[in-house]
Write a protein that binds this ligand. Structure first.
Ligand SMILES: Cc1cc2nc3c(=O)[nH]c(=O)nc-3n(C[C@H](O)[C@H](O)[C@H](O)COP(=O)(O)OP(=O)(O)OC[C@H]3O[C@@H](n4cnc5c(N)ncnc54)[C@H](O)[C@@H]3O)c2cc1C
Length: 341
């Protein structure tokens, strides 16, 4: 085993996941240099271990007491303006940078483009994994390229948007083909000629009194809305939206509308309909309810919370009960958004 790798054993992951699940990692490495990943890959014993790449732990549910894997906790730091194209300025941040601090930094440079995604927890390196999005914007809209380390062959290479195969809360990194990849840094192309993205009605309303809203003003509005609606993980354990919004065929949506005329639905370009998972959960009576020490956030039915001391198993039991009720009532299977470990 490489003597210079600062490997630890039996490390508590409670401070490193926003659900505050008190699991322990059998082996743990804080990654502060890509060369450490190369050293892990070159060591036969370490390379053979199962791996968990960890960013801010804000999109994970650890359902076990012990994570029997080598946890690679991304601590790569740094952000810089790296170039320009005819229409955009290119900015790059290392994987371990805090996402919101990076958004704030881009705004301080006078660059707009990421403001609708202000205050999303987690790291820059995780932002492409599920193509994070909020208030009508997604990472893929501002994405330029990223750098990965590949455990399959020890190489470091650049990937463009097509190679990342971004979808709704999805990318190649969530599939078998991407499972050996660790994101080292991400580059964004931020427009020289910025215009506000106010497609999301609640956001448009929040800035309606400002004649020409700046990117800073839009970010402030987003931050205010999020603080009002979402629990702060520093105060109450959660991982944001626990379920993805389900997409159903148009005919299924029409059948539901016949019974529930106020069903929240959004037509998709391919003719299918995206339903609001929070609405479905609310209609099953789960908002504000608890099951053991796990609960459904009273202000937002899509958010499951740790009311204090809940295990990952208790959160999963609540998630399964909700899934069963929603499926029985609406014939729709809800899929968890966080990664289950
Ligand atoms: C209060 C709250 C609100 C939220 N709101 C939103 C929202 O509005 N929109 C949204 O999209 N999400 C939201 N989320 C979810 C979460 O913030 C994002 O998914 C975020 O990108 C997760 O980042 P992380 O660093 O915490 O990732 P982690 O939870 O540490 O990891 C998530 C997944 O990414 C993988 N991963 C992490 N870093 C890397 C890397 N460098 N290379 C390869 N794989 C990696 C992990 O292995 C894991 O599979 C919210 C969460 C919370 C708690």
């Amino acid at each position: 085993m490489p003597a210079d790798l600062p490997l630890s054993t039996d490390v508590s992951l409670a401070p490193f996941n926003t659900f505050r699940i008190p699991a322990r990692a059998r082996r743990y490495l804080r990654v502060t240099d890509p060369a450490q990943l190369q050293a892990v890959a070159a060591d036969a014993q370490l390379a053979a271990l199962p791996r968990l790449v960890l960013g801010g732990g804000s999109n994970l549910l650890i359902a076990r007491d012990e994570v029997d894997a080598l946890v690679l906790h991304m601590g790569l730091e740094g952000r810089e303006i790296v170039g320009a194209t005819a229409g955009a300025i290119l900015v790059r941040a290392q994987a371990g940078e805090n996402w919101h601090a990076f958004v704030e930094w881009t705004l301080a440079q006078g660059l707009g483009g990421l403001e609708n995604m202000a205050l999303i927890p987690g790291t820059v390196g995780a932002s492409p994994i599920q193509n994070i999005g909020a208030y009508g914007a997604e990472v893929k809209d501002s994405f330029h390229s990223l750098t990965v380390f590949d455990f399959a062959d020890g190489s470091i290479r650049t990937m463009d948007a097509a190679a990342c195969r971004f979808g709704y809360r999805d990318s190649v990194f969530k599939h078998a083909e991407g499972s050996t990849l660790v994101v080292l840094d991400v580059t964004f192309a931020l427009p020289r000629a910025w215009t506000p993205n106010l497609r999301y009605a609640e956001l448009a309303q929040a800035v309606q009194d400002i004649a020409a809203p700046t990117a800073r003003a839009v970010a402030d509005a987003v931050i205010a809305i999020r603080r009002r609606k979402l629990p702060d993980p520093a105060e109450i354990g959660n991982a944001g939206s626990f379920f993805k919004n389900p997409v159903v065929p148009r005919e299924h949506c029409a059948r539901l509308l016949a019974t529930w005329p106020d069903l929240v639905h959004h037509a998709q370009p391919d003719g299918s309909e995206k339903l609001a998972a929070g609405w479905l959960i609310d209609r099953c009576g789960w908002k504000g309810k608890n099951l053991g020490r796990a609960g459904v956030y009273p202000k937002q039915a899509l958010v499951l919370v740790n009311n204090g001391g809940a295990t990952g198993g208790e959160i999963m039991a609540l998630a399964r009960a909700i899934q069963a009720d929603v499926e029985a009532r609406f014939g729709v299977r809800l899929e968890p958004e966080p990664v289950l470990v």
